[in-house]
Design a protein around this ligand. Structure first.
Ligand SMILES: [Zn+2]
Length: 115
């Protein structure tokens, strides 16, 4: 069963989407977990909105960081950033694992029904 801070959002024949909440409850930390059937492979991808903002930065520092990031993308064509999603208790982690297992099971069932 999927429950603690994990919610199934969308389901299609070839993909299932879950929203995984962060322990801090801030929506900006949430990730979208996609489990997708592609040919015979199952592909798992996670998407999180990343931000240049940090709570301790002044407006000027925040603008400077955005400019540096934009310049890196312009010059190098890439930007390395990291996001965090905190899971502190076992139920949250188990819910995440259950989402993975449930998504895979649903896709396999969907694949079997389409044959
Ligand atoms: Zn968070």
């Amino acid at each position: 069963m999927v429950s603690k801070n994990v919610m199934r959002c969308q389901e299609f024949d070839d993909a299932v989407f879950y929203k995984i909440g962060c322990y801090c409850m801030h929506d900006d930390c949430n990730i979208v977990l996609e489990i997708e059937n592609k040919n015979e492979d199952i592909i798992i991808s996670m998407c999180q909105t990343l931000s240049f903002k940090t709570e301790n930065d002044s407006k000027l520092k925040s603008i400077w960081n955005r400019l540096k990031g934009a310049l890196k993308i312009l010059v190098k064509g890439e930007l390395e950033m990291e996001g965090a999603l905190y899971m502190y208790d076992k139920d949250h982690i188990k819910s995440f694992i259950n989402a993975l297992e449930e998504g895979i099971t649903r896709l396999e069932r969907s694949k079997d029904e389409s044959r």
